[in-house]
Design a protein around this ligand. Structure first.
Ligand code: PMP
Length: 439
């Protein structure tokens, strides 16, 4: 089949109806439900390289890439063989195993400030645990986060959080007690004065500032030059920790993540980092880490408790390790080429159709905002024309290109996006840009 060759979505439609009876909204993560863009979520049956095939036999160029992890493309041969080999030896032991050491070493070797990492199973777990560690190590409870930054569905971090919450325009989540959210100070992104003011008022109560290394969950909004250094300086002056969330940027923006592009910083590195997505290669693996003295507060050596039945799972760690090993300089060069080809063409076609838009970058990570002018904050991001995005999204989907179903997400590419896949995207763009321009 060629891209979008079959227009039937009958099986996906039947499946989402069945799914709705047994799963809330029919999905296990809200953005998958297509609420923001309308239409039938496609149930994917298989994937290979840059291609997704749905249960009706339609084929799509994949610009979700599992929201980041599939940086080498689907079923990459070396990852597949590492996974098969690991699974052939057992699925989970609940004891230490060698792959855990190998994956931890690979991460520590790549990101210079890291001395130790602990492996967990999701990005949410990584940020939740980093937060607990920061509170445990400082003996303080307040947390500063930035509007539009998403750090997973951690109680204390579900305030002005971007991602699915941006998609649904929920300011917050029900079920988060005031006692949790009340310890969270939400500040506008890229606003050093606001950080100074919060510390002037609460400096001795703040355990940490957590920030996306370069935000991707309100669309791609890179830190302005000097922001990270300013956060480092202010937190250090007040005895608070700085947590850099690299769940999305880690091993995608560069071989050593956003830190590899922007660091080392005058005034020192962030105290803690969190990782997920790429380092799990499509399996549930994530991590948080930092200096050994800080990580030493964790059980069993220290008083901060954190654990997991499946933490360091042998199959997940094999997938992650093979993926990181596969992230060669050639891979990053290809990501760059693919991302720029697609972004340039999107800019050309949206301009030709008269659709206001802005494209922003963090390394080879990019997103398209359906508004004019630089996006520096969550408020800027929210002022885009999400209806235009929805028309664009659906026109792309109809032509066999599967974008993330939200205007607030990066467009993820992989090194397996070959010239055929890129060409299929370029072919689809003119009609989608015209669809976006129709009101
Ligand atoms: N932090 C960031 C920066 C993320 O992008 C995400 C997921 N999009 C998370 C944390 C949460 O990760 P997970 O979905 O694996 O829990």
């Amino acid at each position: 089949t060629s891209a979008g060759s079959s227009s039937s979505t009958a099986r996906s439609a039947a499946l989402i109806e069945r799914a709705r009876s047994v799963t809330p909204g029919g999905v296990n993560s809200p953005v998958r439900a297509f609420r923001a863009v309308g239409g039938t979520p496609r149930f994917i049956a298989s994937a290979e390289g840059p291609w997704l095939t749905d249960v009706d036999g339609n084929r799509y160029v994949d610009l979700i890439c599992s929201w980041g992890p599939m940086i080498l493309g689907h079923r990459h041969p070396s990852v597949l063989s590492a996974v098969t080999e690991a699974a052939g030896k057992g699925f989970s032991f609940g004891t230490p195993s060698e792959n855990e050491v190998a994956l931890a070493s690979e991460i520590v070797d790549r990101v210079e400030p890291l001395e130790q990492v602990r492996l967990v199973s999701s990005g949410t777990e990584a940020t939740m645990s980093a937060l607990r560690l920061a509170r445990g190590a400082t003996g303080r409870s307040k947390v500063v986060k930035f509007a539009g930054c998403y750090h997973g569905h951690v109680d204390a971090l579900l305030a002005s959080a971007g991602s699915g919450l941006a998609t649904f325009a929920l300011p917050d989540s029900a079920g988060v007690p005031d006692s949790s959210a009340g310890e969270t100070i939400v500040l506008p992104y890229n606003d050093v004065a606001a950080v100074e003011a919060a510390f002037a008022e609460h400096g001795d109560e703040i355990a940490c500032v957590i920030t996306e290394a370069s935000p991707g969950n309100m669309g791609v909004v890179p830190p302005e030059p000097g922001l990270t250094e300013a956060l480092r300086r202010i937190t250090r002056a007040h005895g608070a920790l700085l947590i850099s969330d690299e769940v999305m940027t880690g091993f995608r923006c560069s071989a050593s993540g956003w830190y590899g592009l922007e660091g080392p910083y005058d005034g020192g590195a962030p105290d803690l980092f969190t990782f997920g997505k790429v380092m799990g290669g499509g399996f549930p693996a994530a991590a948080f880490g930092g200096r050994a003295d800080l990580m030493g507060h964790l059980a069993p050596d220290g008083p901060v408790y954190q654990a997991g039945t499946l933490s360091g799972n042998p199959v997940a760690t094999a997938a992650g390790l093979a993926t990181l090993k596969g992230c060669t300089p050639e891979v990053y060069a290809r990501l760059d080429t693919v991302a720029h080809s697609i972004a340039d063409a999107a800019h050309t076609e949206l301009s030709a159709a008269g659709v206001p838009h802005t494209i922003q970058w963090a390394g080879s990570m990019f997103s398209v905002f359906f508004r004019e002018g630089a996006v520096r904050t969550y408020d800027d991001a929210k002022s885009q024309d999400t209806a235009a995005f929805s028309r664009f999204f659906n026109a792309m989907l109809d032509q066999g290109v599967h974008l993330p179903p939200s205007a607030y997400e990066a467009w993820f590419v992989s090194a397996s996006h070959n010239d055929d896949a890129v060409e299929a995207v370029l072919q689809a763009l003119p009609a989608a840009a015209r669809a976006a321009s129709e009101t």
